[in-house]
Design a protein around this ligand. Sequence first.
Ligand SMILES: Cc1cc2nc3c(=O)[nH]c(=O)nc-3n(C[C@H](O)[C@H](O)[C@H](O)COP(=O)(O)OP(=O)(O)OC[C@H]3O[C@@H](n4cnc5c(N)ncnc54)[C@H](O)[C@@H]3O)c2cc1C
Length: 329
Amino acid sequence: MADIQTDVVIVGAGPAGLGAALYTARDRYQTVILDKFVPGGQINLTDRIENYPGITRISGPDLVSTLKEQVSSFGAQIKTSAEVTHLEQRDNNVIAVTTEEDVYLARVAILAPGSDYRHLGVPGEDKFRRAGTGVSYCGTCDAPFFRDKHVITVGGGNVAVEDTIHLSKYCRKITMIHRRQEFRATKVLVEELLEEAKKGIIDIRYDTVLDSINGTDKVESATLKNVKTEQTEDLPCDGVFIFVGMIPNTGFLKDTIALDANGFIQCDPEFLRTRMPGVFVAGDCRVGAAMQLATAIADGVAAAMFMKEYLRDPSWWNKGICLKAMGWS
Ligand SMILES: Cc1cc2nc3c(=O)[nH]c(=O)nc-3n(C[C@H](O)[C@H](O)[C@H](O)COP(=O)(O)OP(=O)(O)OC[C@H]3O[C@@H](n4cnc5c(N)ncnc54)[C@H](O)[C@@H]3O)c2cc1C
């Protein structure tokens, strides 16, 4: 195992990590980006992005390819198949980032390992998700592709309620299913949902679960089951939106970095500092993330900018109103 010295190590080459690297490398900091797979992260999985400001429409892989080229052109090194397994602070504020093969010793680390959508694991989910033919996990991202269609939404939390309301601006009909009798979402959101449902587009089915998603080349129907009566129904539809939570890729940090109860990295929202001096966070893995491409990139850029404050004066780490409000300073 070799020790490699560098200025900045970025964990994760998704939009947040690449956004950060563009700025750090362009600022002439020696930058290494480590990714357990290939660059791009989740956005690689979609062929239609319509909500990245300034670009009317682009596929995920095309955007990633441009970003990767742009980042590399300023000298950032992207290491693939380099899963980070450990991170710790050593003497003199050095951050040690460990992969199977090497230990990177950096002045600053930016954590951007992202999150994965939680899957239901029902038959048909994987088939139509991979093909991009009717299973989605993001209403904000994909609503316009279901204009005038009938979709099923699954879930009972804030995202499920918010995204169902958002989808109702596009879809002809939405059947929202929830396995319990009451929603977990905040009261004010539930009230808004029930108000929207009165308009006739959203039909809410309580005590109902999804048994399977069916079709040949695209989603054609979904089998729903009432958990109280055990009755099943094959409901024709054009798509299924699954909103059952996110799983942050932060398992490797659990002994060293403060995480919330769901595993998201805690940070001060003002400067994206974690509780370990010299370690910033960016993108979908952090508490309060908006889970969007534009906000992940923006986080990466912000972390790269604030990093300079810390390098100029390490005592900056413990300053600021947000830190005080969180009881960290
Ligand atoms: C199918 C799909 C469609 C989407 N469509 C849109 C859209 O149209 N518009 C929009 O705004 N958003 C969309 N999103 C959401 C958007 O992709 C995410 O918000 C964004 O990718 C988050 O970026 P990130 O860099 O924080 O994390 P990620 O994209 O998840 O990237 C994290 C990277 O870290 C790597 N990694 C994880 N753990 C480790 C480790 N231990 N060591 C090394 N590397 C690690 C991963 O391999 C990955 O490459 C979509 C998401 C999906 C799945």
